[in-house]
Design a protein around this ligand. Structure first.
Ligand code: FES
Length: 255
C-alpha cells in the first residue's frame, strides 16, 4: 500500500555528470517489490518545502530495507536532494504506479533498453528477471561518456551494450543502432525519452514490448493531469501515466 515515511539517507555519490545515486533506508522499503514503480521525494530548502519529485526505483534490498535511486540534479528539488549528507531524513511517498511484470519462463530471453535517466529502473528489473532464470541482455543509451553510469553493474547480470550519441564511449549512435546484436528476444522492456520509445515501437513491432513513460510524469499522484495520454482504443479514451502506468504494453497508449 502507498505510504508516506521519513527514510534515512545512508550514502550519496555523484556517479556521472550531474547524476546522483542515493541509498535510502527505512521500513517503507519492504513495500517496494515491483520494478518500474516510483517514489515521490519531498525535500526542504531551509524552511520551504519544495515540490515532490517522482524518482523510479533503481535497486531494492528487502533484507536490509535499503532502496537505491538515481536521479539528475536539475531543478530546485533534486539539487536540494543532492546536497543532503548521510543521516539526513528524506520524506518519501510510495511505492507509486504500475511497474513492469517480471514473470517470464525460466530460460526465456529479455532485452532491457534504457536511455539516460530511463536506465535506473532497468537495473532492478534485470535483477528480478535474473532471479527467475530469465536470460537478460541490455542496451544502455547516453549522450556522451560523461553521462554513462552502471555499465559494469549491468554487465554482471548479462551482455551489455552502451551507446553514446557522440561516440565518446561504446557504440556511436542510438539504442536502436544496437538492436541487431541481440536477435529476437522473447520480450523487450524499455524506459527513456519519448523519441527513443517511439523509435522502439517501430523497430520492435514484432516483439512483445513494454515501455515505461515515466519521463512524461508531472505530479505523480493523479492530480495535475499533465501525464494524460490517449489510448489506441478510441479518440476519447485516456490513461494517466502516473496511476495507470508508467508501464504500458506498446500500443496501449499513443506515444
Ligand atoms: Fe499528475 Fe499524472 S502526473 S496526474
Amino acid at each position: 500500500s502507498i505510504q508516506k515515511q521519513l527514510l534515512t539517507l545512508v550514502q550519496q555519490n555523484e556517479i556521472a555528470a550531474n547524476v546522483y545515486e542515493a541509498v535510502l533506508e527505512g521500513e517503507l522499503v519492504s513495500q517496494m517489490t515491483s520494478p518500474g514503480q516510483f517514489i515521490h521525494v519531498k525535500v526542504q530548502e531551509g524552511s520551504v518545502p519544495l515540490l515532490r519529485r517522482p524518482i523510479s526505483l533503481c535497486d531494492v534490498d528487502l533484507a536490509s530495507q535499503r532502496l537505491t535511486i538515481i536521479y539528475r540534479a536539475q531543478g530546485a528539488g533534486t539539487k536540494a536532494l543532492a546536497a543532503l549528507q548521510p543521516g539526513a531524513k528524506v520524506d518519501v511517498l510510495g511505492p507509486l504506479g504500475q511497474g513492469f511484470d517480471p514473470e517470464m519462463k525460466s530460460n526465456a530471453s529479455a532485452l532491457l533498453i534504457g536511455g539516460g535517466v530511463g536506465v535506473p529502473p532497468m537495473y532492478y528489473l534485470s535483477k528480478e528477471l535474473t532471479k527467475r532464470g530469465v536470460k537478460v541482455s541490455h542496451i544502455l543509451g547516453f549522450d556522451s561518456a560523461r553521462s554513462v553510469f552502471y555499465e559494469e553493474a549491468f554487465a554482471t547480470l548479462g551482455p551489455t551494450t552502451v551507446t553514446t550519441v557522440d561516440g565518446s564511449r561504446g557504440q556511436k549512435g542510438f539504442v536502436t543502432d544496437a538492436l541487431s546484436h541481440y536477435g529476437k528476444p522473447d520480450r523487450v522492456y524499455a524506459c527513456g525519452p519519448l523519441p527513443m520509445l517511439r523509435a522502439l515501437e517501430v523497430a520492435c513491432q514484432d516483439d512483445e514490448l513494454y515501455v515505461s513513460l515515466e519521463e512524461r510524469m508531472g505530479c505523480g499522484v493523479g492530480a495535475c493531469l499533465a501525464c494524460v495520454c490517449r489510448t489506441n482504443e478510441s479518440d476519447t479514451a485516456y490513461k494517466k501515466i502516473c496511476t495507470d502506468g508508467p508501464v504500458f504494453r506498446a500500443g496501449e497508449v499513443v506515444l
